[in-house]
Design a protein around this ligand. Structure first.
Ligand code: FAD
Length: 470
């Protein structure tokens, strides 16, 4: 018998339940389909496409060049493959983006209706979103009670599922496309910084995990807030593409001895779970404010400010460092994501969806659940959001979390000679200090685009006005 394993966000061989099920057949057709028909505005952004290209190349290598690639409508492609190659079973691991879920339900029904066995598995969450409910069977809206309930069910089986021992893979010589034909790798080579920063693929994920367990985890609880320190795992893109499962990460973390830091790290993995949970129960999460009080918020339509923010030219060094890190490496440290997002939404008064769209295009870990939930959290319109009046101050955040300026100076080198005292507020530096540091504000580095205090007050007034409107 022949089975299809349909790879999606599970680009790995180990701990892959659908692949293991497919491996029971005499032959397996490993398939990846770039679905450009259903994804619409949530098609992968440019940085994600770069990652996907390399992750598929790596998976293909692990499958001895037997990965079959297609582009188009998965239903048409799967049905055609089943008919042409006499496939009797199709297996895949579940995805949770609303557009993928509705498509997959339809595909399962149609395949089953055509007499083809279609079966899906969980391979990317510690618990399925529908299994964690309050006593009244409604979903949690607040993280902490969710976490307390979900933590117990999140424990993975102690034994990991190994990569299938034998996988007799079939290659569709007739229709499978060369990787370059998916056109994920752009012609203009803007991705040099990404190549230097990342190693996509299952092996790269394992290397990142073990590097973190050996060197980062020991000081994770405190260190995770300091962007210049190597205490975070940088596993997010690997998790997003399923090159590693959260179960694998959890199990390995549990094997280390440092309880306090591990619990903190696992709590962050649970934030990822919670984001998927919110997306599953509130599919409008990427598009609409979860708190409708924000529907009347007077967002500013200011393309010039949006562009300064995107380019890292706001005149606030920590914000600019974060936005340039994003552009140059496809990543931004979590602390700085919060600061840059807060600045866009609460100091520039620009709608969070513009920020989410830019992150979507630039992040290698762009993830519909985590990105949407995090932006709503920062903007104050999510279910369990940071209160609107909590406005991150980019000056004090810089002084606190980048005290010697190592992170900021790395990405804003034009300020590298400015003393720490003025690094996060260069406009306060006396003329001779600026001169010694060889900085002319407005020429080498911009003046602040807005005043922090007055823009903060404008934001608070705007919120009050939108509440009064109701
Ligand atoms: P670690 O600190 O090592 O954490 C381990 C894992 O836990 C991460 O890999 C990630 O999967 C998960 N995690 C950690 N923090 C969070 C969080 N706050 N929310 C959800 N999951 C978390 N994360 C994404 O994966 N994709 C996104 O598109 C994304 N967009 C974001 C947008 C904004 C405005 C903000 C404030 C945060 C966003 N995050 C997103 C969450 C978080 O910033 C990243 O997951 C984290 O920085 C990844 O780095 P790491 O792997 O080193 O994290």
């Amino acid at each position: 018998s022949i089975s299809i394993h349909w790879f999606r966000q599970d680009l790995r061989l180990a701990d892959n339940p659908a692949l293991t099920a497919a491996a029971d057949s005499d032959q397996v057709l490993p398939v990846y389909i770039l679905d450009d028909q259903h994804s619409g505005e949530f098609a992968p952004g440019e940085a994600s496409q770069w990652w996907l290209h390399h992750s598929l190349a790596s998976l293909n290598q692990s499958l001895n060049a037997k990965l079959n690639l297609y582009k188009g409508d998965p239903l048409t492609i799967l049905i055609e493959l089943c008919c042409r190659l006499n496939v009797t079973k199709v297996f895949w691991n579940r995805c949770y983006e609303p557009w993928q879920m509705s498509r997959d339900i339809q595909i399962k029904q149609l395949l089953n209706g055509a007499g083809i066995h279609a079966q899906s598995f969980n391979a990317s969450l510690l618990s399925e979103p529908w299994t964690v409910l309050k006593n009244d069977n409604t979903p949690y809206k607040v993280f902490t009670p969710y976490y307390q309930r979900a933590y117990a069910t999140a424990q993975p089986d102690s034994v990991a599922l190994p990569a299938p021992a034998s996988l007799n893979c079939l290659h569709d010589d007739r229709q499978s496309l060369p990787l370059d034909d998916l056109q994920l790798q752009p012609n203009v080579c803007w991705y040099g910084g990404l190549e230097k920063s990342w190693c996509p693929g299952e092996q790269g994920a394992q290397t990142a995990l073990h590097g973190f367990l050996e060197h980062g985890l020991a000081h994770y609880k405190e260190g995770r807030d300091f962007p210049a320190q190597d205490n975070v795992s940088r596993l997010s893109p690997h998790l997003h593409f399923g090159e590693i499962s959260p179960q694998q990460v959890w199990r390995h973390a549990d094997k280390t001895v440092d309880g306090n830091n591990i619990e903190h790290f696992k709590r962050e993995l649970m934030w990822r779970e919670f984001s998927y949970y919110l997306l599953y129960h509130w599919p409008k999460l990427p598009r609409e404010n979860l708190k409708s009080a924000f529907d009347h918020f007077p967002w500013q339509d200011n393309p010039a400010w949006l562009s300064l923010w995107q380019q890292g030219l706001t005149g606030y060094p920590l914000v600019d460092a974060g936005m340039r890190e994003l552009w140059q490496t496809g990543f931004m440290h979590n602390r700085v994501r919060m600061v840059t997002a807060s600045f866009l939404v609460k100091n520039l008064l620009i709608h969070w969806r513009h920020g989410a769209a830019w992150f979507w295009d630039c992040l290698v870990d762009a993830d519909l659940a985590s990105n949407s939930a995090s932006w709503q959290w920062v903007a104050g319109c999510g279910t369990d959001a940071s209160p609107y009046f909590r406005i991150f101050n980019p000056v004090t955040q810089g002084e606190k979390f980048d005290p010697d300026g190592a992170y900021t100076r790395r990405f804003v080198p034009e300020l590298q000679h400015l003393p720490d005292k003025y690094l996060f507020k260069p406009w306060e530096a006396p003329a001779e200090v600026l001169e010694n540091a060889r900085v002319t504000l407005g020429e080498d580095y911009p003046m602040p685009v807005v005043d922090i205090k007055t823009s903060r007050q404008t934001a608070l007034d705007a919120l009050q006005a939108s509440k009064d409107f109701q």
